[in-house]
Ligand binder design. Sequence first.
Ligand code: NAI
Ligand code: MG
Length: 493
Amino acid sequence: MSDLLPAVRSFLSSPKQLLIDGDWVDAKDGRTFATVNPSTEETLVQVAQASAVDVDRAVVAARSAFESGPWSRMTPRDRSHLLWRIGDLIEAHADEFAQLEALDNGKRVEAARDGDVAVSAELFRYFAGWATKMEGTTIPMSVPGREFHAYTRREAVGVVAGIVPWNFPLLMACFKIVPAITAGNTVILKPAEQTPLTALRLGELLLEAGVPAGVVNILPGFGDTGAALVDHHGVDKVAFTGSTEVGKKIAAAASVNLKKVSLELGGKAPNIIFNDADIDAAIAGAVLGGYFNEGQCCVNGSRLYVQRGVFDRVVEGVAAAARAITVGDGFDANSQMGPLVSQEQHEKVLGYIRGAVRDGAVLNAGSADAIGDRGFFVAPTLITGVTEQMAVQTDEIFGPVVTAIPFDTEDEVVAAANNTVYGLAAGVWSNNIGTAHRVGARLRAGTVWLNTWHADDVTLPRGGFKQSGWGRELGSFGLDDYTELKTVIAELR
Ligand code: NAI
Ligand code: MG
């Protein structure tokens, strides 16, 4: 077990508040909620719970910072330097963030530090480069006898509400905050109720770095806090990551003032392994793709499709690797997988496994029983003998649960892979370059991995086809959703 850093102890020693207009404040109605360590089920700290009144205060602050604060006069270069400084600060506090994330979410400290925290720092640095490159174009006009100079400008949308889930708490907060402030917007972030802590620590560093008051406000709370943001007429855009179910509610509610909406929603990614693949690499990819982040990742490859000639070998390989994974406390250096985030998620995931067993499916690895009597642990599970109709095959489970189904032909597997309401990610393993690219092109998903899984970079756009969402995040495309395009037409008289 690694010991808690003094900085983490000190952070946890006081109740956590809301960040509004550069100040840490209690919720107006004084309400708080407990955030829990999923490895031990112990309460970590009480956190202020924002209500609609607090949302209103934050929107007023964000609006004022957008329209009249120093933020609106800050040059792109100063904004760029500020973003870089925040990246450095996150890196300097990486161990502290990693411990907090492991406490609040359950994931392994090392996974948090090398993944979530490192990428969060990199996001600030990558977007620091874009702050000075928000360029427009000049566009010719053809009006006989008259002369014009027409050009475009990319301008901030205004006040952005970022509503994020619990699976990558700090990273998802950064996914929303970084592109938004790069483009000159102001932000109100609502972290997930299960995992508010790293966003609050980030808020402290943002103030330390010199982000002006009101530019980033942080409001922990539940779904009703998120809904109050979505309903608010003073919010210009909602950027959401979470379930497809809530994504649909947000799209409907945002119509009150036609605020812009971007949505990164659920997934049920097909991972297709052909007979001619490098089978050892494909097995390793299936394990990483299936069980990464305790299976709580929207782009995980939860549906394996394996060509008949290698089906048994792949199933045995994945099952053996799954059984070899040591599940335990995220603070235990021996753990290779932590608990699920919450009791709700624990019950949901075990319920899916039990349902599959009841329906006649076979568990090649894993179990429908919880591990231990404390903490939300689930064994990495591989299920065969499933049909396309079973819930375990159709629904986003968001746990360490992978199904495997055999196939014979390319057409058959493409149809099966695309037979889902989701379209976030997909993957193909084949050493035939034609097969890999052709099948990749036929899969209806925003990200397609060929002979790899979870290979990623902040430079790459990501997002969903179909009910997996609207818009794209990260890369140069990731700024488009945080800007309005203005066309300026001047007559040269
Ligand atoms: P959720 O979609 O309910 O929560 C995500 C965020 O939305 C949280 O901050 C929550 O407080 C907020 N929220 C909830 N209701 C809202 C509303 N009506 N208006 C505005 N904001 C609202 O996800 P939940 O309940 O935590 O997880 C349920 C399932 O959703 C998971 O089992 C998983 O299948 C899926 N999920 C998918 C994620 C993804 O990255 N695609 C992330 C988290 C969950
Ligand atoms: Mg929910």
